[in-house]
Design a protein around this ligand. Sequence first.
Ligand code: SF4
Length: 298
Amino acid sequence: MKKQDDLILIHAPSIYDFRKLPIMHGPISDVVPSTPIFEMYPIGFTSLSEYLERKGFQVRIINVAMKMIKDPAFDAEALIRKLNPRAFGFDLHWMPHVQGSLALAEMAKRLHPETPVLFGGLSSTYFHEDLVQNYPFIDYVIRGDSTEGPMAMLLAAIRAKEPPRDVPNVTWRENGEMRVNPLSYVPETMDHIAIDYGHIMKKVVKYRDMTGYVPFTNWLEYPVTAVFTCRGCSYNCRTCGGSAYGFARYANRKKPAFRAPELLAEDIFRVCDHLNAPVMIIGDIYQAGDDYGERLLS
Ligand code: SF4
């Protein structure tokens, strides 16, 4: 018998349904590789899936935005109707993505009223109270820049059909009242997670779903990849929401969490094992000091 997925992470288009609406998108995706449909799902989906599988949870990613771009006849509602996970997860990939995410989350709850709907990521963290108070189809928001640990605890609570009273970083509703659990899970390093494209390839085979895992249009022709040195930042550039001040305010992060340079090098070698693709290192390799950069390059 097919095992039930614990979590299906759905990435929505910026607007649902962009195929039917006259839309002037404007320059909303000029600094990222995706189109204005925002079909690029967050790389956090990848590390979250890998981490949760290591902890015994079955996770699937479905890039619904990409499926809608690739196939004009693709029916998102029909797909979501036939899914049967223990929980649905959605990202809010910055402001242009809000309408699409909320529309598909509402659809998931309408089609599966008993299945919890979760939101996570930095935008969801910033707007956690608005999401839980104003959108009754959202059951949980997992806050912070590192949701792996709390997500595993929340999925365990969902499996056990227990309220997540002791799960850190979760904003939720109990008897109609909003509960804001402490934002106390703030790991000091990024050594517990991995960007593993091999994990994604196994998933493509398992679910026989290439399009649902493709990160953005044209990725198969130009499969650019990324690895990260850290979460958070030491600096305070005035226009940046990911500054030291920003992370302290909304993610309770007092200093950046760096990935050990040896593990970062392993991430890069793992990409090279699976793909003939450029690798972007996101983050200054000398931000943690000269020693970090030299260890990475040695
Ligand atoms: S992430 Fe970049 S732009 Fe933002 S504060 Fe740090 S150095 Fe500045």
